[in-house]
Design a protein around this ligand. Sequence first.
Ligand SMILES: C[C@H](O)[C@H](O)[C@H]1CNC2=NC(N)=NC(=O)C2=N1
Length: 95
Amino acid sequence: MVKALSGAARENALASLSGWEQVEGRDAIRKIFQFRDFNAAFGFMSRVALLAEKMDHHPEWFNVYNKVDVTLSTHDADGLSERDIKMAKAMDAWA
Ligand SMILES: C[C@H](O)[C@H](O)[C@H]1CNC2=NC(N)=NC(=O)C2=N1
């Protein structure tokens, strides 16, 4: 069972990310990615989808044309976990 990050570990993990904001009223992080066009946005989503399946960890996201609005949290832990941090970093690397 994956555990939610707390205390210093949580602070350090969040500090290692850039462009992600904490969602109000919920232990989750959010970032809006913008791409050249739909093709680039969907390519990004396809790549992330493969990682999500591999990790058994899935983003909440909303796509309109070239924008992908992503929220990450770990439902099983009812909060942010290492899995969200790992996924956020992969997304940042591929955007
Ligand atoms: C049963 C299965 O392991 C779970 O429901 C997985 C699937 N994907 C998931 N994705 C996310 N974001 N959080 C989870 O807790 C989670 N759990």
